[in-house]
Design a protein around this ligand. Sequence first.
Ligand code: SAM
Length: 330
Amino acid sequence: MSAPTDKLFTYTEGYFITKSLLALWRLGLLGGADARIDPGKSAAGLGCDARLLRATLDYLVIRGIFVKDGDAYRYSEHGRELAPYYGYLPMHIGAYEPVFGQYEQVLHGDLVYGANLKRAEHELVGGMSAMEEHLLARLNTLMDEIAFTGVLDLGCGSGRMLAQVLRRSPRLRGVGVDQAQEACEKARQNLADEGLAGRTTILYGDAGRLHELPAGVLAQVDLVIAMFVMHEIHWQRSRAGVVSCLRDIAGVIGSGGRFLMVEVSRIAAGGARPGLRFVPEYQLVHEYSNQRLAGEQEWREMLAEAGLTVLRTEPAGMCEAFCFVVGVRE
Ligand SMILES: C[S@@+](CC[C@H](N)C(=O)[O-])C[C@H]1O[C@@H](n2cnc3c(N)ncnc32)[C@H](O)[C@@H]1O
């Protein structure tokens, strides 16, 4: 049994590893599995202090993420294994640093989320993009079994998800809705970069009020996707608002259409299984940023109230996230 101080320092270790990796991620140094960092060259190119950059890399060598390779650094086997997932760090930590970096002021009410405090959307957009790649593999498999021609992505963020769906076939059309201007701009850019702008419409608007979108824009939609956005609408519009939004979705897809909803299930106090990673922290950041997770069963009930039914439930390939394949109840 380790000493209490060791146990406590496990937490501080996690903090420093996370902060160091996040800094490297923000500097653009955490590339693919074969990333090789030459601190002299990188520091000069990025306008950083080479000595301090080296100190960070040396620290991460001690912590087993990098190994030295002459004057440069490359991933250890362990670091390489993590490489596809470093994008979780800006999504999970970086985006919420404005909140948790000022924790006490938030607790005192000097800073109030949504009034004079906001998460860092650009980190969320960048980080989600990395995460989407992993989720998408699963969703892609699910989509193989769904016939659709028009897809609507609610809270489309960077639009990368929409782009990947549209790449499946040139006959597909897409609409993305997001209420963050930054996300809409990023989505338009990403879709244009992929030559998909002609098949997509990105709308700045409220995904919780689909009936308020310009008439006709959703006419072709027979697949709606909501990845990690329904819990935002849950806070914004409460339970009744979610049910009304789900009714709108049912109206958009009609019978035969499908709704893919990806969420992380809320954990009741004391309900976390031993060793559960990520979800308790995910839940905490949501409490502090005007979002409200719901349990899997609660989502089923809201869907049922809106005339929808869960046809299939799949793990979404990310911690405890799940994906519902939903249809209109006959
Ligand atoms: C957690 S991100 C998920 C982004 C994207 N779906 C993904 O999985 O990569 C949530 C996104 O939903 C957007 N959002 C939140 N509430 C919204 C609403 N009521 N209407 C439209 N977009 C909303 C946010 O601006 C953000 O881009």
